[in-house]
Ligand binder design. Structure first.
Ligand SMILES: [Zn+2]
Length: 199
């Protein structure tokens, strides 16, 4: 009986993953236990180690093994450009395009008035402070093209423009309603290059 409970627990744990329903979770659990015990151990250890050692960069919130991430400390990167994204995975996606050499700031969310998520619930004040650092000459808004992402972009643009900051937004190549993580790399790269000034 005890074993059965643990297997059920594993299935419940696997269901934490996005797009994993009860059936896939069950299949995964039995697969790991029957065929791939060594690999399952590797998976468990890697997950634990990553959880222990990877944190959010103190400066930009990106995921990092150090207090400040490699992008923030890299002097070869263009400090005059600051790209604002919703989540650390967006930094990863933009880096994959190899068409951006500036810095980032991760909001850790987006404004969603309907769900009661306002500026206080994301790193809005820290973003503002970072954007107003003297070396920043352009802020690029790379929030998603969902309703909330657009709301967030326009809210930030409005405030930064009033403070005299040059603000741009990813071009419309990215399909409406999209999170960056589901958009292909070439489309993101083009949207970045074709970004438009918000005036
Ligand atoms: Zn950083």
């Amino acid at each position: 009986m005890a074993e059965r409970d643990l297997i059920e627990q594993l299935v419940i744990a696997l269901k934490i993953l996005p797009s994993v329903g009860p059936r896939s979770a069950t299949r995964m659990a039995y697969y790991l236990l029957n065929n791939e015990r060594e690999k399952a151990k590797y998976l468990a250890n890697t997950l634990l180690q990553t959880l222990e050692q990877v944190k959010n960069c103190k400066r930009c919130n990106n995921l990092s093994e150090n207090d400040v991430c490699n992008i923030c400390v890299n002097l070869k990167r263009d400090a005059t450009r600051l790209c604002i994204v919703e989540m650390p995975i967006d930094v990863h996606m933009l880096e994959q395009t190899q068409s951006y050499n500036g810095k980032y700031f991760v909001l850790m969310g987006k404004l969603s008035p309907l769900d009661g998520i306002g500026p206080k619930d994301i790193y809005f004040d820290k973003m503002l402070e970072r954007s107003l650092e003297p070396e920043v000459k352009e802020v690029i808004l790379a929030t998603s093209f969902t309703t909330e992402g657009e709301t967030t972009a326009y809210y930030i643009a409005d405030i930064l423009r009033k403070k005299g900051i040059y603000v741009s937004r990813l071009a419309r190549g990215v399909p409406a309603g999209s999170e960056l993580e589901y958009v292909d790399i070439n489309t993101i790269a083009r949207a970045l290059v074709d970004r438009r000034h918000i005036d």
